[in-house]
Design a protein around this ligand. Structure first.
Ligand SMILES: [Fe+2]
Length: 204
């Protein structure tokens, strides 16, 4: 099985002005694409050649000799998940089951957003902030570089690329700047992520 670069789930200009078409073009078309290309080169002719992206991540996690494969596989997975964590129609408060779960596990939406923001803002260097399910509870976690909840047996529901390319082109004021615009477009992503998580995973 060759790992392929999935299309963005929206038009390249759909997230503007929060994330520009130029930024999405570069981040998806160059960076994400490079992880996929590198991964296919690295697994060619190995026992991982027929494996799914998720299987490759799980089989190479914590194996120093396969760090290159893990890094490219995990970044490919994380970026696909990141595109799906945002929507041009977002910005409202979550509703239904996910809203109830957020209230129960974080003691309110504001506290959930505060923890998510804090995870991103305190992630040193590049990495990811995540909403995950751990022991049937919603939790916030952060990971460095390519690391991903998948490698830790956790189910991610939402992610934000902490040190992503948007900083390069939309602002140069620092990591905090990506959070404010990102958070305005991801709320509906939260609801749809949880509700349709199983069907969405088939696309990854
Ligand atoms: Fe990125």
């Amino acid at each position: 099985m060759t790992i392929t670069l999935p299309d963005l789930p929206y038009a390249k200009d759909a997230l503007a002005p929060h994330i520009s078409a130029k930024t999405l073009d570069f981040h998806h078309g160059k960076h994400h694409s490079a992880y996929v290309t590198n991964l296919n080169k690295l697994i060619k002719g190995t026992d991982l050649a027929g494996a799914s992206l998720e299987e490759i991540i799980k089989k190479t996690a914590n194996d120093d000799l396969k760090a290159g494969i893990f890094n490219n596989a995990a970044q490919a997975w994380n970026h696909t998940f990141y595109w799906q964590s945002m929507t041009p129609n977002g910005g409202g408060l979550p509703t239904g089951a996910i809203a109830e779960k957020i209230n129960a596990d974080f003691k309110g939406y504001d506290k959930f957003i505060e923890q998510l923001k804090n995870a991103g803002l305190t992630q040193f260097g590049s990495g990811w902030a995540w909403l995950v399910i751990k022991n049937k509870r919603l939790e916030i976690m952060k990971t460095s570089n390519a690391d991903t909840p998948i490698a830790h047996g956790l189910q991610p529901l939402l992610t934000v690329d902490v040190w992503g390319m948007p900083i390069t082109w939309t602002t140069r004021t620092g990591a905090a700047a990506i959070w404010i615009p990102s958070l305005t477009i991801l709320s509906i992503g939260i609801s749809s992520t949880l509700i349709s998580f199983k069907s969405r995973r088939k696309c990854i």
